[in-house]
Design a protein around this ligand. Structure first.
Ligand SMILES: [Zn+2]
Ligand SMILES: [Zn+2]
Length: 174
């Protein structure tokens, strides 16, 4: 869905849209939508700048980093985005590069792609390390058993040399 600035009455408008899971192709292959994603908000703008404020509600699914079990994460996030046209952006950069300007996005002065905003909000809501629970035991590296479910009894050897160095240190050897 796109917001056309020319169609806004007196430069202001409301939008709301419900995306079906198949409507949004997220750029990160780890993340999928587990239900509809809803977005609503307001936009205002003239030909050279625009502000879009809104809210996204959705549910995304990722795999646990350790045991690969699917985790569903509710997403409820507010956003406020400023857009200026490319020419204005360059001018303002020459004048002064402030923190505020870094948060400004460039657009063509006519349309804003709401799909891109929603996709970005969904990906921002996903932590870089997603765990099904903070103490997830993960998968046994030897037999592939999910160690949260039951103990497989494999001997857990510390194969990583960094760990054995640490262990030696703690045991007083060096
Ligand atoms: Zn897990
Ligand atoms: Zn095992």
């Amino acid at each position: 869905m796109r917001i056309e600035l020319a169609s806004l009455e007196e430069g202001r408008g409301h939008f709301s849209h419900t995306y079906q899971p198949q409507d949004l192709q997220l750029d990160d292959g780890r993340v999928t939508l587990c239900g509809v994603a809803e977005v609503r908000g307001t936009s205002k703008g003239s030909g050279r700048e625009a502000v879009v404020d809104g809210h996204v509600d959705a549910c995304v699914q990722v795999d646990c980093d350790r045991c690969l079990k699917a985790i569903q994460l509710p997403v409820s996030s507010d956003f406020s985005l400023e857009y200026i046209t490319g020419g204005d952006y360059e001018e303002s950069q020459v004048a002064e590069l402030t923190e505020d300007l870094m948060a400004v996005a460039v657009f063509d002065g006519e349309t804003i792609d709401l799909d891109e905003i929603v996709k970005e909000q969904l990906l921002l809501a996903v932590p870089t390390r997603a765990l099904c629970k903070s103490d997830c035991l993960g998968i046994c590296p030897q037999c592939g058993n999910d160690r949260n479910a039951d103990e497989c009894g494999c001997e857990q050897k510390e194969l990583d040399p960094r760990w054995s160095a640490l262990r030696d240190l703690m045991n007083g050897k060096s």
